[in-house]
Design a protein around this ligand. Structure first.
Ligand SMILES: [Zn+2]
Length: 563
Protein backbone atom coordinates (compact mmCIF):
# COMPACT_ATOMS: atom_id res chain seq x y z
CA UNK A 1 0.00 0.00 0.00
CA UNK A 2 1.23 3.45 -0.85
CA UNK A 3 2.12 5.42 2.26
CA UNK A 4 1.26 9.07 2.56
CA UNK A 5 2.91 11.36 5.05
CA UNK A 6 0.20 13.98 4.68
CA UNK A 7 -0.86 15.79 7.84
CA UNK A 8 -4.44 16.95 8.31
CA UNK A 9 -3.19 20.51 8.94
CA UNK A 10 -1.65 20.57 5.44
CA UNK A 11 -4.94 20.03 3.64
CA UNK A 12 -5.74 23.16 1.68
CA UNK A 13 -9.42 23.91 1.42
CA UNK A 14 -10.66 26.27 -1.21
CA UNK A 15 -13.88 28.04 -0.24
CA UNK A 16 -16.01 28.17 -3.36
CA UNK A 17 -18.27 30.98 -4.49
CA UNK A 18 -21.51 30.40 -6.29
CA UNK A 19 -20.38 32.36 -9.34
CA UNK A 20 -17.12 30.45 -9.50
CA UNK A 21 -18.79 27.05 -9.40
CA UNK A 22 -21.49 28.14 -11.79
CA UNK A 23 -18.74 29.13 -14.23
CA UNK A 24 -17.18 25.69 -13.94
CA UNK A 25 -20.51 24.02 -14.62
CA UNK A 26 -21.06 26.28 -17.63
CA UNK A 27 -17.67 25.16 -18.95
CA UNK A 28 -18.67 21.51 -18.46
CA UNK A 29 -21.91 22.11 -20.34
CA UNK A 30 -20.01 23.78 -23.15
CA UNK A 31 -17.61 20.84 -23.28
CA UNK A 32 -20.55 18.43 -23.59
CA UNK A 33 -22.07 20.61 -26.33
CA UNK A 34 -18.82 20.42 -28.23
CA UNK A 35 -18.15 16.74 -27.52
CA UNK A 36 -17.84 14.62 -30.63
CA UNK A 37 -16.77 11.22 -29.40
CA UNK A 38 -17.61 9.05 -26.36
CA UNK A 39 -14.06 9.82 -25.25
CA UNK A 40 -14.87 13.54 -25.10
CA UNK A 41 -17.86 12.80 -22.89
CA UNK A 42 -15.76 10.62 -20.67
CA UNK A 43 -13.16 13.36 -20.25
CA UNK A 44 -15.86 15.85 -19.28
CA UNK A 45 -17.34 13.47 -16.72
CA UNK A 46 -13.89 13.06 -15.20
CA UNK A 47 -13.44 16.84 -15.01
CA UNK A 48 -16.82 17.12 -13.32
CA UNK A 49 -15.81 14.42 -10.86
CA UNK A 50 -12.66 16.34 -9.93
CA UNK A 51 -14.80 19.41 -9.23
CA UNK A 52 -17.17 17.36 -7.07
CA UNK A 53 -14.23 16.01 -5.08
CA UNK A 54 -13.02 19.54 -4.35
CA UNK A 55 -16.48 20.65 -3.23
CA UNK A 56 -16.78 17.52 -1.14
CA UNK A 57 -13.51 18.44 0.63
CA UNK A 58 -14.89 21.85 1.45
CA UNK A 59 -18.22 20.56 2.79
CA UNK A 60 -16.47 17.93 4.89
CA UNK A 61 -14.14 20.55 6.30
CA UNK A 62 -16.82 23.11 7.13
CA UNK A 63 -18.97 20.50 8.86
CA UNK A 64 -16.11 18.82 10.67
CA UNK A 65 -14.68 22.07 12.09
CA UNK A 66 -18.10 23.09 13.39
CA UNK A 67 -18.66 19.70 15.02
CA UNK A 68 -15.21 19.93 16.60
CA UNK A 69 -16.07 23.25 18.23
CA UNK A 70 -19.63 24.41 17.76
CA UNK A 71 -18.92 27.53 19.88
CA UNK A 72 -16.25 28.92 17.57
CA UNK A 73 -17.86 31.83 15.66
CA UNK A 74 -15.53 31.44 12.70
CA UNK A 75 -16.36 27.74 12.30
CA UNK A 76 -20.02 28.50 12.76
CA UNK A 77 -19.93 31.17 10.06
CA UNK A 78 -18.14 28.78 7.67
CA UNK A 79 -20.70 26.11 8.37
CA UNK A 80 -23.59 28.56 7.88
CA UNK A 81 -22.08 29.63 4.57
CA UNK A 82 -21.83 25.98 3.57
CA UNK A 83 -25.47 25.39 4.53
CA UNK A 84 -26.48 28.39 2.43
CA UNK A 85 -24.43 27.51 -0.60
CA UNK A 86 -24.80 23.72 -0.75
CA UNK A 87 -28.39 23.59 -2.03
CA UNK A 88 -27.49 26.06 -4.79
CA UNK A 89 -24.60 23.83 -5.80
CA UNK A 90 -26.96 20.84 -5.71
CA UNK A 91 -29.09 22.64 -8.29
CA UNK A 92 -26.09 22.83 -10.64
CA UNK A 93 -25.10 19.25 -9.88
CA UNK A 94 -28.58 17.86 -10.48
CA UNK A 95 -28.91 19.76 -13.75
CA UNK A 96 -25.76 18.12 -15.08
CA UNK A 97 -26.92 14.70 -13.87
CA UNK A 98 -30.22 15.24 -15.64
CA UNK A 99 -28.37 16.08 -18.81
CA UNK A 100 -26.13 12.99 -18.60
CA UNK A 101 -29.13 10.73 -17.90
CA UNK A 102 -30.71 11.89 -21.14
CA UNK A 103 -27.48 11.95 -23.14
CA UNK A 104 -27.20 9.88 -26.32
CA UNK A 105 -23.78 8.73 -25.08
CA UNK A 106 -25.25 7.31 -21.88
CA UNK A 107 -24.72 3.64 -22.84
CA UNK A 108 -21.04 4.30 -23.53
CA UNK A 109 -20.68 6.22 -20.26
CA UNK A 110 -22.41 3.41 -18.38
CA UNK A 111 -19.89 0.96 -19.82
CA UNK A 112 -17.04 3.13 -18.55
CA UNK A 113 -18.41 4.25 -15.19
CA UNK A 114 -20.94 1.52 -14.35
CA UNK A 115 -24.74 1.71 -14.28
CA UNK A 116 -25.05 2.26 -10.52
CA UNK A 117 -24.11 5.93 -10.69
CA UNK A 118 -26.87 6.47 -13.21
CA UNK A 119 -29.41 4.80 -10.92
CA UNK A 120 -28.22 7.03 -8.06
CA UNK A 121 -28.53 10.11 -10.24
CA UNK A 122 -32.06 9.07 -11.21
CA UNK A 123 -32.86 9.11 -7.49
CA UNK A 124 -31.21 12.54 -7.17
CA UNK A 125 -33.14 14.13 -10.01
CA UNK A 126 -36.46 12.82 -8.73
CA UNK A 127 -35.63 13.99 -5.19
CA UNK A 128 -34.60 17.50 -6.06
CA UNK A 129 -35.89 20.52 -7.91
CA UNK A 130 -34.75 24.13 -7.57
CA UNK A 131 -38.27 24.75 -6.22
CA UNK A 132 -37.26 23.23 -2.86
CA UNK A 133 -33.94 25.04 -2.56
CA UNK A 134 -35.16 27.41 0.16
CA UNK A 135 -36.63 24.52 2.15
CA UNK A 136 -33.32 22.70 1.99
CA UNK A 137 -31.53 25.72 3.41
CA UNK A 138 -34.10 25.95 6.16
CA UNK A 139 -33.79 22.23 6.87
CA UNK A 140 -30.03 22.50 7.37
CA UNK A 141 -30.57 25.43 9.73
CA UNK A 142 -33.06 23.52 11.85
CA UNK A 143 -30.67 20.58 12.04
CA UNK A 144 -27.90 22.93 13.17
CA UNK A 145 -30.24 24.25 15.89
CA UNK A 146 -30.70 20.72 17.19
CA UNK A 147 -26.91 20.16 17.19
CA UNK A 148 -26.32 23.40 19.06
CA UNK A 149 -29.02 22.67 21.61
CA UNK A 150 -27.60 19.22 22.35
CA UNK A 151 -24.02 20.51 22.47
CA UNK A 152 -25.07 23.27 24.88
CA UNK A 153 -25.94 20.80 27.66
CA UNK A 154 -24.06 21.57 30.86
CA UNK A 155 -25.43 19.29 33.55
CA UNK A 156 -24.38 19.32 37.17
CA UNK A 157 -23.58 15.80 38.23
CA UNK A 158 -21.60 14.91 41.36
CA UNK A 159 -20.04 18.36 41.69
CA UNK A 160 -18.96 18.50 38.07
CA UNK A 161 -20.47 19.87 34.93
CA UNK A 162 -20.97 17.31 32.20
CA UNK A 163 -22.24 17.42 28.67
CA UNK A 164 -24.58 14.64 27.54
CA UNK A 165 -21.77 12.45 26.19
CA UNK A 166 -19.85 12.94 29.43
CA UNK A 167 -22.70 11.33 31.39
CA UNK A 168 -22.41 8.07 29.43
CA UNK A 169 -19.99 6.28 31.78
CA UNK A 170 -22.23 7.07 34.77
CA UNK A 171 -25.29 5.79 32.93
CA UNK A 172 -23.68 2.36 32.91
CA UNK A 173 -22.02 2.52 36.29
CA UNK A 174 -21.82 -0.68 38.33
CA UNK A 175 -23.62 1.11 41.19
CA UNK A 176 -27.30 0.86 40.40
CA UNK A 177 -28.27 3.92 42.37
CA UNK A 178 -25.60 5.99 40.66
CA UNK A 179 -26.60 5.02 37.13
CA UNK A 180 -30.21 5.74 37.99
CA UNK A 181 -29.17 9.23 39.14
CA UNK A 182 -27.19 9.68 35.91
CA UNK A 183 -30.28 8.79 33.87
CA UNK A 184 -32.30 11.30 35.84
CA UNK A 185 -29.68 13.98 35.20
CA UNK A 186 -29.49 13.07 31.52
CA UNK A 187 -33.24 13.25 30.95
CA UNK A 188 -33.65 16.38 33.03
CA UNK A 189 -31.91 18.21 30.18
CA UNK A 190 -34.55 16.95 27.76
CA UNK A 191 -37.34 17.82 30.19
CA UNK A 192 -36.06 21.38 30.43
CA UNK A 193 -35.81 21.68 26.65
CA UNK A 194 -38.91 19.82 25.58
CA UNK A 195 -40.62 22.79 23.95
CA UNK A 196 -37.56 23.56 21.84
CA UNK A 197 -36.95 19.91 20.91
CA UNK A 198 -40.60 19.57 19.87
CA UNK A 199 -40.58 22.85 17.95
CA UNK A 200 -37.48 21.96 15.92
CA UNK A 201 -38.86 18.55 15.01
CA UNK A 202 -42.33 19.84 14.24
CA UNK A 203 -40.87 22.40 11.85
CA UNK A 204 -38.66 19.76 10.24
CA UNK A 205 -41.55 17.35 9.67
CA UNK A 206 -43.79 20.02 8.17
CA UNK A 207 -40.97 21.39 6.05
CA UNK A 208 -40.11 17.94 4.70
CA UNK A 209 -43.74 17.21 3.97
CA UNK A 210 -43.96 20.46 2.02
CA UNK A 211 -40.90 19.55 -0.02
CA UNK A 212 -42.39 16.15 -0.82
CA UNK A 213 -45.67 17.68 -1.95
CA UNK A 214 -43.85 20.21 -4.12
CA UNK A 215 -42.05 17.34 -5.84
CA UNK A 216 -45.28 15.41 -6.37
CA UNK A 217 -44.99 12.81 -3.60
CA UNK A 218 -47.92 11.88 -1.40
CA UNK A 219 -45.86 12.51 1.71
CA UNK A 220 -42.21 12.59 2.76
CA UNK A 221 -41.72 8.82 2.92
CA UNK A 222 -41.25 8.35 -0.84
CA UNK A 223 -38.97 11.36 -1.05
CA UNK A 224 -37.05 10.22 2.02
CA UNK A 225 -36.31 6.87 0.37
CA UNK A 226 -35.06 8.65 -2.76
CA UNK A 227 -32.87 10.94 -0.69
CA UNK A 228 -31.44 7.83 0.97
CA UNK A 229 -30.63 6.58 -2.55
CA UNK A 230 -32.55 3.35 -2.14
CA UNK A 231 -32.34 1.91 -5.61
CA UNK A 232 -32.93 -1.79 -5.04
CA UNK A 233 -35.61 -2.11 -2.35
CA UNK A 234 -38.73 -0.28 -1.17
CA UNK A 235 -41.07 0.36 1.77
CA UNK A 236 -42.67 -3.09 1.43
CA UNK A 237 -39.31 -4.84 1.81
CA UNK A 238 -38.54 -2.73 4.86
CA UNK A 239 -41.91 -3.41 6.42
CA UNK A 240 -41.54 -7.18 6.04
CA UNK A 241 -38.03 -6.94 7.40
CA UNK A 242 -39.29 -5.13 10.53
CA UNK A 243 -41.80 -7.97 10.94
CA UNK A 244 -38.94 -10.46 10.86
CA UNK A 245 -37.14 -8.55 13.61
CA UNK A 246 -40.31 -8.49 15.71
CA UNK A 247 -40.75 -12.23 15.22
CA UNK A 248 -37.17 -13.58 15.33
CA UNK A 249 -35.17 -11.07 17.36
CA UNK A 250 -37.49 -9.50 19.94
CA UNK A 251 -37.81 -12.80 21.90
CA UNK A 252 -34.00 -13.13 22.04
CA UNK A 253 -33.65 -9.49 23.08
CA UNK A 254 -36.12 -10.10 25.86
CA UNK A 255 -34.08 -13.11 27.03
CA UNK A 256 -30.93 -10.98 27.00
CA UNK A 257 -32.53 -8.35 29.21
CA UNK A 258 -33.77 -11.04 31.62
CA UNK A 259 -30.37 -12.76 31.61
CA UNK A 260 -28.62 -9.51 32.46
CA UNK A 261 -31.08 -8.80 35.26
CA UNK A 262 -30.51 -12.27 36.70
CA UNK A 263 -26.74 -11.76 36.77
CA UNK A 264 -27.28 -8.41 38.45
CA UNK A 265 -29.64 -9.95 40.98
CA UNK A 266 -32.34 -7.50 39.89
CA UNK A 267 -36.01 -8.42 39.84
CA UNK A 268 -37.91 -6.35 37.30
CA UNK A 269 -35.07 -4.78 35.31
CA UNK A 270 -35.44 -1.07 34.70
CA UNK A 271 -34.29 1.01 31.75
CA UNK A 272 -31.09 1.87 33.61
CA UNK A 273 -30.25 -1.82 34.08
CA UNK A 274 -30.42 -2.75 30.40
CA UNK A 275 -26.95 -1.55 29.54
CA UNK A 276 -25.32 -3.48 32.38
CA UNK A 277 -24.55 -7.14 32.14
CA UNK A 278 -22.44 -7.82 35.19
CA UNK A 279 -22.53 -6.75 38.85
CA UNK A 280 -18.89 -5.68 38.52
CA UNK A 281 -19.95 -3.22 35.81
CA UNK A 282 -19.31 -3.49 32.12
CA UNK A 283 -15.95 -4.40 30.71
CA UNK A 284 -13.85 -1.25 30.40
CA UNK A 285 -10.72 -0.56 28.42
CA UNK A 286 -7.76 -0.60 30.75
CA UNK A 287 -6.24 2.72 29.73
CA UNK A 288 -6.75 6.23 28.39
CA UNK A 289 -7.17 7.47 24.83
CA UNK A 290 -3.47 7.29 23.90
CA UNK A 291 -3.35 3.77 25.29
CA UNK A 292 -6.42 2.73 23.27
CA UNK A 293 -4.89 4.15 20.09
CA UNK A 294 -1.71 2.15 20.75
CA UNK A 295 -3.70 -1.08 21.33
CA UNK A 296 -5.70 -0.40 18.17
CA UNK A 297 -2.46 -0.19 16.24
CA UNK A 298 -1.39 -3.60 17.55
CA UNK A 299 -4.80 -5.09 16.83
CA UNK A 300 -4.97 -3.85 13.25
CA UNK A 301 -1.36 -4.91 12.59
CA UNK A 302 -2.24 -8.40 13.80
CA UNK A 303 -5.40 -8.59 11.71
CA UNK A 304 -4.32 -7.39 8.29
CA UNK A 305 -1.12 -5.63 7.14
CA UNK A 306 -3.08 -3.13 5.08
CA UNK A 307 -5.34 -2.23 8.02
CA UNK A 308 -2.32 -1.72 10.28
CA UNK A 309 -0.45 0.48 7.81
CA UNK A 310 -3.55 2.54 7.13
CA UNK A 311 -4.25 3.13 10.82
CA UNK A 312 -0.66 4.28 11.32
CA UNK A 313 -1.18 6.87 8.55
CA UNK A 314 -4.42 8.06 10.13
CA UNK A 315 -2.87 8.53 13.57
CA UNK A 316 0.40 10.12 12.46
CA UNK A 317 -1.41 12.46 10.08
CA UNK A 318 -3.92 13.57 12.77
CA UNK A 319 -6.92 12.25 10.89
CA UNK A 320 -8.49 11.07 14.16
CA UNK A 321 -10.11 13.31 16.80
CA UNK A 322 -11.51 11.24 19.65
CA UNK A 323 -11.02 13.67 22.53
CA UNK A 324 -14.15 14.77 24.44
CA UNK A 325 -14.06 18.57 24.81
CA UNK A 326 -16.54 21.22 25.87
CA UNK A 327 -18.46 22.58 22.88
CA UNK A 328 -17.68 19.56 20.75
CA UNK A 329 -20.70 17.91 19.15
CA UNK A 330 -21.67 14.43 20.34
CA UNK A 331 -21.48 11.14 18.52
CA UNK A 332 -18.96 9.65 16.18
CA UNK A 333 -18.62 9.70 12.43
CA UNK A 334 -16.21 9.34 9.58
CA UNK A 335 -15.93 11.93 6.85
CA UNK A 336 -13.55 12.21 3.94
CA UNK A 337 -11.33 14.47 1.90
CA UNK A 338 -11.56 12.85 -1.50
CA UNK A 339 -9.01 14.97 -3.35
CA UNK A 340 -6.31 13.64 -1.05
CA UNK A 341 -8.02 10.27 -0.61
CA UNK A 342 -8.02 10.46 3.17
CA UNK A 343 -10.91 9.93 5.60
CA UNK A 344 -11.23 11.55 9.03
CA UNK A 345 -12.55 9.94 12.23
CA UNK A 346 -14.48 12.00 14.78
CA UNK A 347 -15.57 10.71 18.18
CA UNK A 348 -15.88 11.50 21.88
CA UNK A 349 -13.75 9.43 24.21
CA UNK A 350 -15.55 8.73 27.48
CA UNK A 351 -13.68 5.89 29.16
CA UNK A 352 -16.19 3.13 28.40
CA UNK A 353 -16.05 0.11 26.10
CA UNK A 354 -17.92 2.32 23.68
CA UNK A 355 -14.63 4.08 22.87
CA UNK A 356 -13.17 0.89 21.45
CA UNK A 357 -16.38 0.14 19.57
CA UNK A 358 -16.59 3.61 18.07
CA UNK A 359 -12.96 3.70 17.05
CA UNK A 360 -13.08 0.26 15.42
CA UNK A 361 -16.45 1.07 13.84
CA UNK A 362 -15.28 4.34 12.33
CA UNK A 363 -12.07 2.66 11.23
CA UNK A 364 -14.23 0.26 9.23
CA UNK A 365 -15.75 3.23 7.41
CA UNK A 366 -12.37 4.86 6.99
CA UNK A 367 -10.77 1.68 5.64
CA UNK A 368 -13.60 1.22 3.16
CA UNK A 369 -13.39 4.83 2.01
CA UNK A 370 -9.64 4.59 1.67
CA UNK A 371 -9.81 1.35 -0.30
CA UNK A 372 -12.44 2.87 -2.61
CA UNK A 373 -10.61 6.14 -3.18
CA UNK A 374 -9.56 5.30 -6.74
CA UNK A 375 -12.96 4.16 -8.00
CA UNK A 376 -13.85 6.28 -11.03
CA UNK A 377 -16.64 8.41 -9.51
CA UNK A 378 -17.19 10.13 -6.15
CA UNK A 379 -20.59 8.42 -6.18
CA UNK A 380 -18.73 5.19 -5.39
CA UNK A 381 -16.43 6.58 -2.69
CA UNK A 382 -19.04 5.62 -0.10
CA UNK A 383 -21.75 3.04 -0.66
CA UNK A 384 -25.27 3.95 0.40
CA UNK A 385 -25.46 3.87 4.17
CA UNK A 386 -26.99 0.41 4.73
CA UNK A 387 -23.99 -0.96 2.83
CA UNK A 388 -21.48 1.42 4.39
CA UNK A 389 -22.44 0.27 7.88
CA UNK A 390 -21.61 -3.34 7.00
CA UNK A 391 -18.02 -2.20 6.53
CA UNK A 392 -17.97 -0.55 9.96
CA UNK A 393 -19.97 -3.08 11.96
CA UNK A 394 -18.31 -5.97 10.17
CA UNK A 395 -14.93 -4.77 11.40
CA UNK A 396 -16.24 -4.64 14.98
CA UNK A 397 -16.92 -8.40 14.82
CA UNK A 398 -13.75 -9.22 12.94
CA UNK A 399 -11.83 -7.44 15.71
CA UNK A 400 -13.36 -9.70 18.39
CA UNK A 401 -10.32 -11.99 18.61
CA UNK A 402 -8.20 -8.89 19.42
CA UNK A 403 -10.25 -7.73 22.38
CA UNK A 404 -7.88 -9.16 25.03
CA UNK A 405 -5.57 -6.26 24.16
CA UNK A 406 -8.15 -3.76 25.42
CA UNK A 407 -10.07 -5.68 28.04
CA UNK A 408 -7.62 -8.28 29.38
CA UNK A 409 -9.42 -11.02 31.25
CA UNK A 410 -12.77 -9.28 30.74
CA UNK A 411 -12.55 -9.69 26.95
CA UNK A 412 -15.05 -12.56 26.96
CA UNK A 413 -17.47 -10.34 28.80
CA UNK A 414 -16.90 -7.57 26.28
CA UNK A 415 -17.60 -9.91 23.36
CA UNK A 416 -20.77 -11.23 24.98
CA UNK A 417 -21.92 -7.69 25.75
CA UNK A 418 -21.13 -6.49 22.27
CA UNK A 419 -23.06 -9.33 20.69
CA UNK A 420 -25.95 -8.92 23.10
CA UNK A 421 -26.05 -5.20 22.41
CA UNK A 422 -26.45 -5.96 18.70
CA UNK A 423 -29.56 -8.01 19.39
CA UNK A 424 -30.92 -5.33 21.71
CA UNK A 425 -30.16 -2.75 19.07
CA UNK A 426 -32.08 -4.41 16.24
CA UNK A 427 -35.53 -3.97 17.85
CA UNK A 428 -34.67 -0.42 18.90
CA UNK A 429 -33.42 0.41 15.40
CA UNK A 430 -36.53 -0.85 13.66
CA UNK A 431 -38.64 0.99 16.27
CA UNK A 432 -36.92 4.24 15.25
CA UNK A 433 -37.69 3.41 11.62
CA UNK A 434 -41.31 2.44 12.23
CA UNK A 435 -41.79 5.61 14.27
CA UNK A 436 -40.58 7.79 11.40
CA UNK A 437 -42.95 6.08 8.98
CA UNK A 438 -45.81 6.96 11.34
CA UNK A 439 -44.57 10.52 11.73
CA UNK A 440 -44.21 11.28 8.03
CA UNK A 441 -47.44 9.50 7.10
CA UNK A 442 -49.21 11.85 9.54
CA UNK A 443 -47.50 15.20 9.09
CA UNK A 444 -50.23 17.12 10.86
CA UNK A 445 -49.87 15.22 14.11
CA UNK A 446 -49.14 17.35 17.16
CA UNK A 447 -45.92 16.94 19.13
CA UNK A 448 -47.93 15.19 21.86
CA UNK A 449 -49.29 12.72 19.31
CA UNK A 450 -45.77 12.00 18.12
CA UNK A 451 -44.77 11.09 21.65
CA UNK A 452 -47.70 8.65 21.64
CA UNK A 453 -46.56 7.18 18.31
CA UNK A 454 -43.21 6.46 19.89
CA UNK A 455 -44.92 4.68 22.77
CA UNK A 456 -46.90 2.64 20.28
CA UNK A 457 -43.77 1.32 18.53
CA UNK A 458 -42.05 0.81 21.87
CA UNK A 459 -44.78 -1.59 22.90
CA UNK A 460 -44.22 -3.67 19.78
CA UNK A 461 -40.43 -3.82 19.63
CA UNK A 462 -39.32 -3.09 23.21
CA UNK A 463 -42.11 -4.77 25.19
CA UNK A 464 -39.94 -5.30 28.27
CA UNK A 465 -39.09 -1.62 28.70
CA UNK A 466 -39.77 0.04 32.09
CA UNK A 467 -38.67 3.67 32.63
CA UNK A 468 -39.79 3.81 36.25
CA UNK A 469 -39.63 7.38 37.52
CA UNK A 470 -37.82 8.79 34.48
CA UNK A 471 -40.58 11.16 33.55
CA UNK A 472 -39.32 12.16 30.13
CA UNK A 473 -38.90 8.78 28.44
CA UNK A 474 -41.92 7.46 30.37
CA UNK A 475 -43.99 10.01 28.50
CA UNK A 476 -42.69 8.90 25.10
CA UNK A 477 -39.69 11.22 24.69
CA UNK A 478 -36.85 8.72 24.28
CA UNK A 479 -36.56 9.28 20.54
CA UNK A 480 -35.48 12.87 20.98
CA UNK A 481 -31.97 11.90 21.96
CA UNK A 482 -31.55 10.32 18.52
CA UNK A 483 -29.82 12.78 16.26
CA UNK A 484 -30.69 10.85 13.10
CA UNK A 485 -34.39 11.37 13.69
CA UNK A 486 -33.76 15.08 13.34
CA UNK A 487 -30.87 15.15 10.89
CA UNK A 488 -31.29 12.12 8.69
CA UNK A 489 -34.83 10.80 8.34
CA UNK A 490 -35.12 7.10 7.47
CA UNK A 491 -31.40 6.63 7.95
CA UNK A 492 -31.74 4.51 11.04
CA UNK A 493 -33.04 1.30 9.50
CA UNK A 494 -29.78 1.19 7.60
CA UNK A 495 -27.86 0.41 10.77
CA UNK A 496 -30.09 -2.56 11.38
CA UNK A 497 -29.90 -3.81 7.78
CA UNK A 498 -26.14 -3.58 8.02
CA UNK A 499 -26.13 -5.23 11.45
CA UNK A 500 -28.07 -8.08 9.93
CA UNK A 501 -25.22 -8.53 7.42
CA UNK A 502 -22.40 -7.87 9.90
CA UNK A 503 -23.82 -10.54 12.22
CA UNK A 504 -23.55 -12.98 9.34
CA UNK A 505 -19.85 -12.05 9.08
CA UNK A 506 -19.59 -12.71 12.83
CA UNK A 507 -21.15 -16.17 12.54
CA UNK A 508 -18.98 -17.10 9.54
CA UNK A 509 -15.76 -15.77 11.07
CA UNK A 510 -16.16 -18.26 13.91
CA UNK A 511 -15.47 -21.13 11.55
CA UNK A 512 -13.51 -19.42 8.74
CA UNK A 513 -11.77 -16.30 10.02
CA UNK A 514 -9.32 -15.77 7.11
CA UNK A 515 -11.92 -16.32 4.43
CA UNK A 516 -14.37 -13.96 6.11
CA UNK A 517 -11.72 -11.25 6.55
CA UNK A 518 -10.78 -11.54 2.87
CA UNK A 519 -14.43 -11.22 1.83
CA UNK A 520 -14.72 -8.23 4.13
CA UNK A 521 -11.68 -6.46 2.66
CA UNK A 522 -12.92 -7.16 -0.87
CA UNK A 523 -16.30 -5.70 0.04
CA UNK A 524 -14.58 -2.54 1.34
CA UNK A 525 -12.72 -2.17 -1.96
CA UNK A 526 -15.96 -2.16 -3.92
CA UNK A 527 -17.24 1.00 -2.23
CA UNK A 528 -20.63 1.70 -3.72
CA UNK A 529 -20.01 0.51 -7.28
CA UNK A 530 -23.09 -1.74 -7.12
CA UNK A 531 -26.33 -1.50 -5.06
CA UNK A 532 -26.83 -2.87 -1.55
CA UNK A 533 -28.14 -6.35 -2.23
CA UNK A 534 -25.57 -6.98 -4.96
CA UNK A 535 -22.76 -5.98 -2.60
CA UNK A 536 -24.19 -8.23 0.10
CA UNK A 537 -24.52 -11.30 -2.08
CA UNK A 538 -21.09 -10.62 -3.56
CA UNK A 539 -19.67 -10.89 -0.03
CA UNK A 540 -21.40 -14.29 0.33
CA UNK A 541 -24.05 -12.91 2.70
CA UNK A 542 -27.84 -13.16 2.58
CA UNK A 543 -29.93 -10.09 1.95
CA UNK A 544 -31.85 -8.89 5.03
CA UNK A 545 -34.97 -9.04 2.87
CA UNK A 546 -34.63 -12.80 2.42
CA UNK A 547 -37.13 -14.69 4.52
CA UNK A 548 -35.54 -16.12 7.66
CA UNK A 549 -32.25 -14.27 7.12
CA UNK A 550 -31.48 -14.11 10.85
CA UNK A 551 -32.71 -17.46 12.12
CA UNK A 552 -29.28 -19.13 11.81
CA UNK A 553 -27.46 -16.20 13.40
CA UNK A 554 -29.99 -16.01 16.23
CA UNK A 555 -29.52 -19.73 16.93
CA UNK A 556 -25.71 -19.33 16.96
CA UNK A 557 -25.96 -16.33 19.28
CA UNK A 558 -28.28 -18.16 21.67
CA UNK A 559 -25.79 -20.97 21.95
CA UNK A 560 -22.81 -18.62 22.43
CA UNK A 561 -24.67 -16.52 25.00
CA UNK A 562 -26.17 -19.57 26.72
CA UNK A 563 -29.72 -18.29 26.30
ZN1 LIG B 1 -21.26 3.93 10.97
Amino acid sequence: MQQTSLDFSEIRIETPTFDGVRGEYAALDAALDAAKTPGDHETTVRRWDALRRRLNDWESYANLRFEQDSRNPEFKAARDYCDELSPKLTTLDVALKRRLLADAQRPALERTFGTTAFALWEADVTAFEPAIEQELIQEAKLCAQYTELIASAAIDFEDKQQNLAGLAPFREDADRERRHRAERAFWSFYGTNRAELDRIYDELVKLRHRMARTLGYENYIGLGYKRMHRIDYDQRNVERYRDQIARDVVPLAQRIVQGRAKRLGVVGPMFWDEKISDPRGNARPKGDLAWILARCQEAFDAMHPELGAFFRTMVSGHFIDMENRAGKAGGGFCTSFPTVGMPFIFGNFNGTAHDVEVLVHEMGHAFQCYRSRSLPLTDYLWPTSESAEIDSMGLEYLAHPQMERFFGDTADRFRAEHLSDAFLFLPYGVAVDHFQHLVYANPDATPAERHQMWQQVERRYLPWRDYGDLAYPSAGGLWQEKRHIYHSPFYYIDYTLAQCCALQFWARSRTDYRGTLDDYAALCGRGGEVPFQTLVRGAKLKSPFDEGVLTGVVAEARSVLGL
